[in-house]
Design a protein around this ligand. Structure first.
Ligand SMILES: C[S@@+](CC[C@H](N)C(=O)[O-])C[C@H]1O[C@@H](n2cnc3c(N)ncnc32)[C@H](O)[C@@H]1O
Length: 224
């Protein structure tokens, strides 16, 4: 194991443990850890890996690599403590965008936890002013950058996309009208930090913000 990976692993684990143990108690956090690690091992079998390749259609069409099938074991293990990378289904993304009653060219799109950048590419089908993805894992952020380059070369679109390597909990939002996209990027404590930052930003510069929350397992945090 490289020392860089060990460092990332320890930092992610310590933070996860501190948050889970203070939220749920030590024994519940221990059981959750055992469950998560068991899921990680189960997901490492060749059959499960083949299943993760099931979402390759978008990649074939656009000559990019956004599937979760090619994510290495290190990023998958770190995903246990951040959140596992899983790209949004393109049809579902377009359905969600269709529901937004906004003039896209007045808004910036921000994906918190953007992984390999599939939603950033999809968002460029709409005339957003800026498209920004925030990703905590360096390897996924690098792949997002490669995908953005490949997508620009093959479609001529996506000039307004950027991928930023950062913790979403520390992100300072652009002071424009926003569409904030969430697809299970953070555990509860992290999501509270993000929403707190968004509130602060809104109190500073009041503007329309739409939160698009895909698979809203922590909806209570956002609605509160
Ligand atoms: C379920 S994936 C969603 C990927 C992408 N948004 C999409 O819909 O295609 C969640 C992503 O959030 C990232 N993530 C987890 N914690 C994060 C944090 N604190 N800051 C930034 N990204 C984070 C994970 O590494 C993962 O790539």
């Amino acid at each position: 194991m490289s020392s860089k990976f060990s460092q990332q692993f320890l930092t992610a684990f310590r933070r996860w443990w501190k948050e889970q143990a203070s939220e749920k108690g030590v024994s519940a956090a221990g059981s959750l850890l055992a469950r998560e690690l068991w899921d990680f091992l189960r997901d490492s079998t060749p059959a499960r890996r083949r299943q993760r390749y099931g979402d390759m259609e978008y990649d074939w069409e656009h000559r990019v690599n956004t599937t979760s099938g090619t994510v290495g074991w290190r990023e998958r293990l770190l995903g246990v403590f951040h959140s596992a990378y899983q790209p949004t289904d393109p049809a579902m993304f377009r359905e969600m965008m269709t529901e937004l009653p906004i003039q896209f060219d007045q808004f910036s799109f921000v994906d918190l936890g953007s992984g390999k950048g599939r939603t950033l590419l999809l968002a460029s089908e709409y005339p957003f002013q800026r498209i920004v993805g925030i990703e905590i894992l360096p390897a996924l952020h690098r792949e997002a950058e490669e995908n953005i380059r490949a997508y620009r070369d093959s479609t001529g679109r996506g000039g307004q996309i950027e991928s930023v390597l950062a913790d979403a909990g520390e992100y300072v939002f652009p002071e424009t009208p926003l569409v904030v996209y969430l697809f299970n990027p953070l555990p509860e404590a992290g999501l509270r930090r993000v929403i707190g930052r968004l509130e602060e930003s809104l109190l500073k510069v009041w503007r329309p913000v739409w939160i698009v929350y895909h698979n809203p397992v922590l909806e209570h945090v956002v609605s509160a």
